[in-house]
Design a protein around this ligand. Structure first.
Ligand SMILES: Nc1nc2c(c(=O)[nH]1)N[C@H]1C(S)=C(S)[C@@H](COP(=O)(O)OP(=O)(O)OC[C@H]3O[C@@H](n4cnc5c(=O)[nH]c(N)nc54)[C@H](O)[C@@H]3O)O[C@H]1N2
Ligand SMILES: Nc1nc2c(c(=O)[nH]1)N[C@H]1C(S)=C(S)[C@@H](COP(=O)(O)OP(=O)(O)OC[C@H]3O[C@@H](n4cnc5c(=O)[nH]c(N)nc54)[C@H](O)[C@@H]3O)O[C@H]1N2
Ligand SMILES: [Mo]
Length: 767
């Protein structure tokens, strides 16, 4: 019998070819995946491995002159390789020193990031578990993905963790949906991933089946290529960040249509009457009519009116991309989408209602059962101080200052030590020039990384971590249908260690190793996590094999328990016995709780507020283009940017920027030119692609090119050189990266070479 060997990544499941042809194992796509994702096939490519970190390394002047020396040289200085004993002694010594001198409140362990798939070797979980054993750490809440929605949605309908795994399944949509209207489209490129491991990629087929069954699909977005394969029947271009105005106008038409039926509002929602005077204009003198919205959105009044009337006559699913809440006042489009769906009265009906992110992950639309997965216990954090995750630079730059968050008033802690494992702030954070200044504040920065990427280069103590193909693990993602036995494919690179081993070494030095490891090795943990999960799954009525059998077989396939699913069906059927987890148990069109926070920038019902920057803004005279920094097609964030498939998409080695031909012509820019994107926050280079798929005055530069700062310009095309680092609102303090004005010009100087994929200078000490 051939042995089955699998590995999993966020982007899919891969089979490890046991018969290596080239001296290293080959990865194949999972044979049960109808639409496999090629992103992960390059994981062992020599060009990827060439950037691996082989040995612990210390920033030179930190090593020579001690913590806090020359912090402005972070990211610009040489490293000195040291052995593991030295590196762990130095790191543990710093942790002990900072704790003794300033307390655990001076340690930031928020460590946001996607890390790798695998429930045991999850880098952040280990970091949190380790620090919880030594007195705690300052943590972060929410995510860059869903900063505004995570805070808003529990007040008005249901939290995002619940929502993400309870979307109406594609089979139901195919059978019942007649009109699928998506704000921000349905970008298949994004459905390639699920956190923890995508199983069968289902969105392409889901869309196809819905179309074949006759549904009309409408894409409301500044870009038209978001419904691949020409799957949208209509593209309605809209000015970025103005969707709330369009949603209000759609609601205005619905309100005045004879078919408008208030019965669902009466039984399943609260607060419509408090919102109504705002919608009609009685409250502020501005009726939110299609004519009003046309002036803001650029969508004609007639088009808005026609669409609203069509919604009233059809089984309609209203969908929204997460990107819309990653913007100034990002709560509003989500709140208004739910409000409009409630007015249409189809929430909880098959194929109708609302969706928050079909097109953000593979998860949405799954009909796989909802079973629990294995989780590594993290323990309890003794430190209460926290930040909303995207306020990281603010925290470092403004210790002691207060910030508002979800109705509370909090204070930024004074951070001396930053410890990161499994995330890349020089990928995910906004306004990277500002981050670089903030990054000078801590005395010590410890980073566990696999690759010499921007965050490793900006650290003081660099600890090399293994990749998932070098370890054994369990992969699971809710409603992805699988539990995977992840097998080791290759030996660790150089002297890289698992994060578990690294933290065990630190725990030993700090006297807490038995608490941290509980005396178990990797297989001891895998067995324990599996057995606990097996019991939980048994409670859900599904019997799993014992660990040995599971490990031999390679995976558990839950798909024989698949069932069609309709979001909010129970609530619709009986709102009293199946209430929503909101204060009223109903959908809150007016939220007493949010109103009680008395926030100027987020009142008690959905409103249109001008974004901090947008095409209707006075500032757009200086910076006349709106920058969309969306998720990249060819990689996950910054992961595998050095791979052949990511590099194949570059132009003169730089990330492509999409421009409308009209905007390009005005600026004398031709296809393939190296261009410079700039605003007051920064400048970066990129390679121009001219495309009618992007509306005039909008440009698109995807995230993920490894940050490559030159003397005065970022050379590689990282959009966070330009983005705005400001909280979405004082309710949620989310990331507002999608609110960003810029200008573009042809680059005329001599083009500096990209250095992102060149190793930093490393001093190798003879042992
Ligand atoms: N402008 C703009 N910015 C954005 C966004 C946007 O839309 N526009 N989107 C935001 C969103 S939604 C997100 S989620 C963030 C993503 O931001 P991140 O999640 O921080 O980005 P990744 O590139 O996935 O970073 C993961 C890092 O972990 C490392 N890693 C992987 N596995 C392991 C491991 O096992 N151990 C250790 N020690 N390290 C490991 C990888 O090498 C990589 O450097 O970006 C945000 N930033
Ligand atoms: N291949 C790949 N897939 C990924 C990721 C990745 O890095 N690579 N990242 C994953 C992660 S962490 C997340 S959180 C999700 C994110 O999922 P999303 O946030 O939904 O993804 P984006 O690609 O940023 O944006 C989706 C679409 O919204 C459009 N859009 C932007 N602003 C506006 C606006 O103001 N109005 C309208 N109407 N449309 C707008 C964008 O142009 C884009 O087409 O994707 C996940 N999927
Ligand atoms: Mo995300």
């Amino acid at each position: 019998m051939t042995e089955h060997r699998y590995s999993a990544a966020h982007w899919g499941i891969y089979e490890i070819d046991p018969d290596p042809a080239e001296g290293r194992p080959k990865l194949r796509s999972f044979s049960l995946d109808p639409d496999p994702n090629p992103i992960g096939l390059d994981q062992l490519d020599p060009s990827v491995t060439a950037l691996r970190i082989a040995q612990p390394a210390i920033r030179e002047s930190w090593l020579e002159a001690g913590a806090g020396t020359n912090p402005s040289k972070r990211g610009r200085e040489r490293f000195v390789e040291v052995d593991w004993e030295t590196a762990l002694d130095l790191a543990a010594g710093e942790i002990a020193r900072i704790r003794a001198a300033h307390g655990n409140e001076a340690i930031f362990g928020g460590s946001y990031g996607w890390s790798s798939a695998g429930r045991f070797h999850h880098a952040q979980s280990h970091l949190h578990r380790f620090y919880n054993n030594v007195g705690g750490y300052v943590h972060s809440v929410d995510s860059y993905s869903l900063g505004a929605a995570r805070v808003l949605m529990p007040h008005i309908a249901a939290g995002m963790d619940e929502s993400n795994v309870s979307h109406t399944s594609w089979d139901v949509l195919a059978a019942h949906c007649e009109l699928f209207v998506s704000f921000g489209g349905m970008p298949l490129k994004n459905t390639r991933v699920s956190p923890g491991g995508a199983g069968r990629h289902r969105a392409r087929d889901g869309l196809r089946r819905m179309r074949e069954a006759g549904a009309r699909i409408v894409n409301i977005s500044p870009v038209n290529d978001s419904l691949e394969d020409g799957a949208s029947d209509e593209w309605i271009p809209i000015q970025p960040n103005t969707d709330t105005a369009m949603l209000l106008a759609l609601a205005h038409v619905v309100l005045n249509d004879s078919r408008f039926d208030r019965s669902f509002l009466a039984t399943h929602t609260v607060g419509f009457d408090r919102f109504l005077p705002y919608l009609t204009g009685e409250a502020d003198g501005i009726a939110k009519t299609p004519a009003w919205a046309a002036g803001i959105t650029g969508v004609s009044a007639a088009r808005i009116e026609r669409l609203a009337r069509e919604m009233l006559g059809k089984r309609t699913m209203l969908n929204i991309a997460w990107a819309l809440q990653r913007a100034a006042h990002g709560e509003q489009p989500f709140w208004m989408l739910v409000t409009l769906a409630a007015m249409l009265g189809q929430i909880g009906l098959p194929g109708g209602g609302y969706g928050l992110g079909y097109g953000a992950m593979n998860t949405m639309g799954s009909s796989h059962p909802r079973v629990p997965g294995p989780t590594l216990p993290q323990g309890r954090n003794a430190v209460a101080a926290f930040i909303p995750v995207a306020r990281f630079s603010d925290m470092l730059l403004r210790p002691g200052e207060t910030f508002r968050y979800n109705g509370g008033l909090h204070r930024y802690p004074d951070i001396r030590l930053v410890h990161w494992a499994g995330g890349n702030p020089f990928h995910h954070h906004q306004d990277l020039n500002r981050l670089r200044l903030a990054w000078e504040k801590p005395e010590t920065i410890i980073v566990h990384e696999q690759y010499w990427n921007p965050v490793a280069r900006h650290a003081d103590i660099v600890l090399p971590a293994t990749i998932s193909l070098e370890r054994e693990d369990l992969a699971f993602s809710t409603r992805e249908g699988y539990l995977i036995a992840m097998r080791r494919a290759v030996a660790p690179y150089g002297n890289a260690r698992d994060d578990f081993a690294i933290f065990s070494g630190l725990a030993r030095r700090l006297g807490v190793e038995p608490d941290y490891t509980e005396g178990l090795d990797v297989f001891g943990w895998l067995r324990r996590l599996y057995e606990k999960n097996r019991m939980q799954v048994a409670e859900a009525g599904i019997k799993l094999p014992d660990f040995e059998e599971f490990w031999e077989t390679g995976f558990i396939d839950y798909s024989r328990h698949d069932r069609p699913h309709v979001m909010h069906a129970d609530f619709r059927h009986d709102p009293v016995s199946c209430p929503l987890p909101t204060p009223s148990g109903k959908i809150e069109i007016f939220s007493e709780r949010i109103a009680s926070f008395e926030l100027d920038d987020c009142p008690g019902h959905p409103v249109w507020r001008e974004p901090f920057e947008w095409l209707g803004h006075a500032e757009s005279k200086r910076y006349p283009l709106h920058l969309l920094s969306d998720q990249p097609v060819r990689r996950l964030h910054s992961q595998l940017d050095q791979s052949p498939s990511s590099r194949a998409g570059k132009i003169s080695g730089r990330e492509p920027v999409y421009l409308n031909p009209k905007d390009a012509a005005q600026r004398g820019i031709a296809q393939g030119d190296v261009v410079e994107l700039f605003n007051d926050r920064g400048r970066c280079l990129a390679g121009a692609i001219l495309s009618e798929a992007i509306m005039p005055r909008v440009v698109r530069l995807s995230t993920g090119a490894w940050f490559d700062p030159g003397d005065d310009v970022e050379k590689h095309g990282n959009p966070n050189t330009l983005t705005l680092d400001r909280g979405t609102s004082s309710l949620s303090q989310g990331c507002s990266a999608l609110t960003c004005l810029i200008e573009v010009r042809r680059f005329t100087g001599s083009v500096p070479p990209v250095s992102a994929f060149t190793l930093p200078e490393i001093i190798v000490k003879e042992v």
